[in-house]
Design a protein around this ligand. Sequence first.
Ligand code: NDP
Length: 328
Amino acid sequence: TRTPVNVTVTGAAGQIGYALLFRIASGHLLGADVPVKLRLLEIPQGLKAAEGTAMELDDCAFPLLRGIDITDDPNVAFDGANVALLVGARPRTKGMERGDLLEANGGIFKPQGKAINDHAADDIRVLVVGNPANTNALIAQAAAPDVPAERFTAMTRLDHNRAISQLAARTGAAVSDIKRLTIWGNHSATQYPDIFHATVGGRNAAEVVDDEKWLADEFIPTVAKRGAAIIEARGASSAASAANAAIDHVHTWVNGTAEGDWTSMGIPSDGSYGVPEGLISSFPVTCKDGAYEIVQGLDINEFSRTRIDASVKELEEERDAVRGLGLI
Ligand code: NDP
């Protein structure tokens, strides 16, 4: 029998946590043959609700679920962790300045990064979902100097999946016919969904669409503002699709991308495509044997360059702000 994989989820009692935990426990995160132990981290006010969710997890009698621990101590939550999903974050509230938001999140992600540094397993893989995800990931990574930097990633897979779905709808193709889509930059309104290297049924997506105005005025804003559109329609945020994307991100990282395809992940830049080294920015990546690699050699046209640069500039501003606050 396999040793269970320790999966730590922060903000476990929140909306995304509720949509996420049952799928981890049923084998969708790592594989249908991989047993898991769950560690739920919450703030003290969230512990009781997390216990309720744990009761429901018990009641599912998931064959792969080998235990659930609940704690408000990051040192306990990340002890021996193999996978960490950092979901809990401080949301922006009305009238809150960006600096206040970054500072509040620094208070969460810095100690969590240190706890990961001191207690996680050697193969720890971290996905940050809580916003501002890229910069929260940077804060956690900076606090974990003994962990290889590339183990800290931020989620742009929801943007990736949204872009695939929009492109499929426009072209009448099945989502499974769309490959090589890329999200560049920050998980924010400046993100850039790039179809110039994507394919639809094997044909170049930009040529199939052949409509730059649709790209600029419909596709990109629809993908970037999808979260707000869902809040408007549902009266609640897109928690289930965010949880699904977190599952996809880790599953692909661990189990690999399909031959001839790639995915999008927010990862520490190695300087590729002119993105300053160390920034946690979204790139096209292939995954194999539990590691990812940036897809190299893509030709970046003027349309794409302007948009990638704008999103990267925003990431640099966020980095400078957290540096100014002494968080990195
Ligand atoms: P959610 O579970 O809905 O969201 C959690 C985080 O995910 C937010 O930062 C949110 O950002 C982000 N997010 C990323 N993508 C999406 C998306 N597509 N849709 C919605 N959110 C997205 O928040 P809740 O308020 O329901 O729950 C948060 C939980 O975290 C609470 O239970 C709280 O107690 C806990 N918490 C735990 C901490 C810890 O463990 N140390 C620290 C802080 C909070 P955005 O808000 O910008 O949309």
